[in-house]
Structure formats: C-alpha cells, structure tokens
Design a protein around this ligand. Structure first.
Ligand SMILES: Nc1ncnc2c1ncn2[C@@H]1O[C@H](COP(=O)(O)OP(=O)(O)OP(=O)(O)O)[C@@H](O)[C@H]1O
Ligand SMILES: [Mg+2]
Length: 248
C-alpha cells in the first residue's frame, strides 16, 4: 500500500510572468488533516487547483494512491475521489438541502424519474452522520446558517465517497461557533477514513485540528511539520518571518 494518498512532486506553475509555484513537493497521508497555510499570494489555492484539475502544472508530477496520474480537468480529479468544497459557490441557495446534496447526481427510479424519497432519506442520514441537527431535508438552503451550509457541502462529498476533500477557507465568513462546527465536520471526515486539506488564514483554526502543517511562502514550501514536532508560536513565527525552519 502507498504511504500517501497524494504526492505532488516538484510542482511549478507560471501565470504569464508570475512564477506562482517554484518546485513544491506536497504530500497528504491517509486519514490525515493537512493544514495548508501561508500569506496572501503564497500559492495555496494554485496548488490545490492543480490537484483538483482547475489548473495544469507547467512541470511536476502527481501520484494518487502510489500511481502516477494525469489530472487535466475537474472531472479527472473527481473520478479519483478528490473533491473540493469552496466557500460560497458550493450550494444552490434557493433549492432544498437534499437537492443540494445530490445536485447533478440524482438517483432515478423506473422510467428515469428522480427518486426523491431516497434523496430525502439518504441526505438526512448523511447529515446526521456528520452531526448536523437538521430534521427536514426539504428546507431551502438559504434558511441555513453559514456553518450548516458548509455542513451540507461536506455531507455531499461524504455521501459520494470522496477519498480526499479539499477545503479552501471554509471558516472565513463564519462565527466562532460555526467555525468550530465546520472543524468538527472535518474531524468527522477523517474518522470516516477521508483525508482533508484545510486551507486557512486562521492559524488557530489550522492548529486546532491539523495533523500536519505545510507553510507556503512566495511559491515555495517553507515548512512541513507534524503537529507534535511544532507549536502554535513556532508556526506563527515561521509564517510571519517567511523563513524556513532551518533559517530561523
Ligand atoms: N488565474 C490567475 N492568473 C494570474 N495570476 C494568478 C492566477 N491565480 C493566481 N495567480 C497569482 O499566483 C500567485 C499565487 O496565488 P494564489 O491564489 O495561489 O495564492 P494563495 O496562497 O491562495 O493566496 P490567498 O491566501 O490570498 O488566497 C499570486 O501572485 C496570484 O496573483
Ligand atoms: Mg487562495
């Protein structure tokens, strides 16, 4: 069995004259939450967009489950079980929770009719598994709190058996309580055997739940440390100094 679910090796990316990623190695283990942190413009979103098929690297290799893969489109990534949860765009606000869970992948009955009962039952089950206290899967998403919305987006990837879930700033617009709820969802994913990449500017959030931290700075990897090898203070000083651990 492979050691990592994902290995990105020597990834380079240019946007015109902007050299956004300068030979980054990035791994994600099985059952692991990796906190991907670093300043604005460090290259975090670019790196995960390469993994989720929205950008193609100019150089570098990606291995999934130990095998070299060629991810050219978001569809390629999804086929492998790599799912991304974005801040807002993830859900359709005017339709029901269960419709949102199944969006584009609705189960059908005879004659191709949508199996609404299955959608409602399965949505409710997966939301309950996640610890979301929602009783009615027919509620319209716009009536939910920010944390609950993130929960619905995460329930979807849980239901469709993602192997790796990427969350880019999932707590950015949320209250303290909602953020805690979303972090509980991430732990739930890990306990279901799903690996998580958690991108955030909030180092306190990252520290609370990540098993490992990767710090990017100006397109380069500055540090890659396990939680037990570091401290919150050290991470903060690494990020703010922009220097690697060996240089500090
Ligand atoms: N589509 C694009 N076209 C041109 N330049 C881009 C594009 N996407 C990103 N960049 C540039 O690449 C660099 C890395 O950006 P990226 O969005 O990956 O940073 P980030 O670490 O996610 O930052 P933030 O924390 O602000 O989200 C920046 O200089 C950015 O301006
Ligand atoms: Mg970003």
């Amino acid at each position: 069995m492979a050691e990592y679910i994902v290995q990105m090796v020597d990834i380079h990316k240019w946007f015109g004259k902007v050299y956004a990623l300068r030979g980054v190695d990035f791994n994600v283990g099985f059952n692991e939450i990796v906190g991907l942190v670093g300043d604005n413009g460090a290259g975090k979103s670019t790196l995960i967009k390469i993994l989720s098929g929205y950008h193609i690297a100019d150089r570098g290799e990606i291995y999934f489950n130990g095998e070299k893969v060629n991810i050219q489109t978001p569809k390629d990534a999804k086929k492998l079980g790599i799912e991304t949860v974005y801040q807002e765009q993830a859900l359709a606000p005017h339709v029901s929770i269960s419709r949102n869970v199944f969006m584009g992948r609705e189960p059908s009955k005879f004659l191709g009719f949508i199996d609404k009962k299955k959608m409602d039952n399965d949505s409710l089950n997966v939301l309950t598994d996640l610890g979301l206290k929602i009783k009615d899967p027919n509620l319209v998403v716009e009536t939910l709190s920010g944390g609950q919305r993130q929960g619905v987006a995460i329930a979807r990837v849980l239901y469709f058996k993602a192997k790796l879930v990427i969350l880019d700033e999932p707590t950015i617009a949320l209250s303290v309580k909602e953020s805690q709820q979303v972090m509980e969802f991430m732990k739930q994913l890990r306990s279901e055997g799903i690996s998580v990449i958690f991108i955030t500017h909030n180092i306190y959030h990252a520290f609370q739940i990540s098993d490992r931290f990767v710090i990017l700075s100006h397109g380069e990897k500055l540090a890659d440390v396990r939680k037990e090898e570091t401290s919150l203070d050290e991470l903060i000083s690494l990020i703010t100094s922009g220097k690697s651990k060996s240089e500090v």
